[in-house]
Design a protein around this ligand. Structure first.
Ligand code: ZN
Length: 211
């Protein structure tokens, strides 16, 4: 895949993505549009054919785009490396992408941030989840903000686009675990923390209403 093709894909993905009403993209698109376009195209290519777990049958690429939008619009993050890492944040974990590949295409800082938020899939799921709680306070500030935006997006999806095989108990366990991870991220970005708290409260309420 050539860089030109990634950019073409990025344009197609952005054009076809339904505008989100949750975290609408504004007009204050930061400089470095080309860098973001390349990262979007690369992520779209890597996540091609993948869907989110929820019942909404959403193409996976909507998730990293949403996480990036949350960082820009709510967190007011303008650090281009963090925003590129947000677009790429699930590529190592969920696609055939290596750290060295990201390193060669996007540079060492972007790939390092992605690696910081990547679980070690050689470990059992329970261990991976425990490590996220343990590692959260020790991540770089950029990776902390990225992880927080990721949890905001995931908590919303677990509540309102529930994975088809998830019972309410599992949703509740996810909320409890996400709040433990976020406890270790406090202090990195007040606006993101406030959005997470609001999102979590609404998600818990929605779950309580159906139980
Ligand atoms: Zn994610």
């Amino acid at each position: 895949m050539t860089e030109d093709r990634w950019m073409e894909l990025a344009g197609e993905v952005l054009a076809s993505s339904a505008p989100t009403t949750r975290f609408p993209l504004g007009h204050n698109v930061c400089s470095g549009t080309k860098a973001l376009r390349r990262a979007t195209g690369f992520a779209a290519w890597k996540h091609a054919g993948q869907m989110r777990k929820g019942d909404g049958q959403t193409p996976y690429i909507h998730h990293p785009i949403e996480v990036t939008a949350i960082l820009v619009e709510v967190g007011e993050i303008e650090d281009l490396d963090v925003l590129q890492a947000a677009l790429l944040h699930d590529t190592i974990e969920d696609t055939q992408t290596s750290h060295s590949e990201l390193d060669s295409v996007f540079g060492s800082r972007v790939s390092a941030i992605v690696l910081e938020v990547t679980d070690d899939k050689t470990l059992a799921k329970r261990a991976r989840k425990a490590l996220q709680v343990k590692h959260a306070p020790h991540l770089s500030k950029g990776a902390q903000a990225l992880k927080l935006a990721d949890k905001i997006s995931n908590v919303f999806d677990v509540a309102f686009s529930r994975p088809v095989d998830w019972a309410p108990e599992r949703q509740l366990q996810y909320f409890d675990w996400a709040s433990r991870v976020v406890a270790g991220l406090r202090g990195c970005n007040k606006a993101l923390e406030a959005l997470f708290d609001k999102q979590l409260a609404e998600s818990r309420q929605a779950l309580a209403n159906i139980r």
